[in-house]
Design a protein around this ligand. Structure first.
Ligand SMILES: *Cc1c(COP(=O)(O)O)cnc(C)c1O
Length: 166
């Protein structure tokens, strides 16, 4: 669903840059991780998932699916996961990196196309759950002047969300 839209322009950019491998970040239940694994397989990229927290004894359905789509999983402590730039230095310099949740201008641009898939012109309000806010920023970008876009944060105490969306 929405995850493909957020990945679309990242995949396109990685192709343009002739990258072979795409790497990204997420938790053990991240829908972004499993969607990225599938999108990479579909487009012929090797995929790497940097997963928050120590390697679990029993993998979540998300991690099992990501692995089945060929994603190589690397588990890092919650502490180390906070410093993404430092983590990246442990990997090949030629990877194409996608932020956690696809959060970026490219992610927003892809999410802007969600409203083209259904006719929402008669709706006054569009309401969506937010993780990183990438999808919501795309919806805001594409919404018509008479539409009000409302985001509901799924994460507790996500103080920087509004700023991130702006
Ligand atoms: C990913 C996701 C969202 C939106 O995530 P953002 O990071 O804010 O773009 C909303 N709902 C569900 C079910 C999701 O998986």
């Amino acid at each position: 669903g929405n995850k493909w839209f957020k990945l679309k322009y990242h995949i396109g950019e990685a192709e343009q840059q002739n990258k072979k491998t795409i790497a990204t970040f997420g938790g053990a239940y991240s829908n972004h991780i499993v969607a990225a694994a599938f999108a990479c397989k579909n487009a012929g990229f090797t995929s790497i998932g940097i997963i928050r927290g120590e390697k679990p004894n029993i993998f979540s359905p998300t991690l099992i699916a990501a692995q089945q789509y060929g994603m190589q999983l690397h588990f890092v402590s919650r502490e180390d996961f906070k410093n993404k730039e430092l983590l990246k230095q442990h990997f090949d310099t030629n990877y194409y990196w996608i932020n956690e949740g696809g959060f970026s201008y490219n992610g927003m641009l892809g999410a802007s196309e969600i409203l083209q898939t259904v006719d929402t012109t008669s709706y006054t309000h569009i309401i969506a759950a937010c993780g990183t806010g990438t999808m919501l920023s795309g919806l805001i970008n594409a919404a018509l002047p008479h539409q009000k876009i409302i985001g509901i944060s799924a994460l507790k105490g996500h103080a920087g969300l509004e700023k991130d969306i702006q």
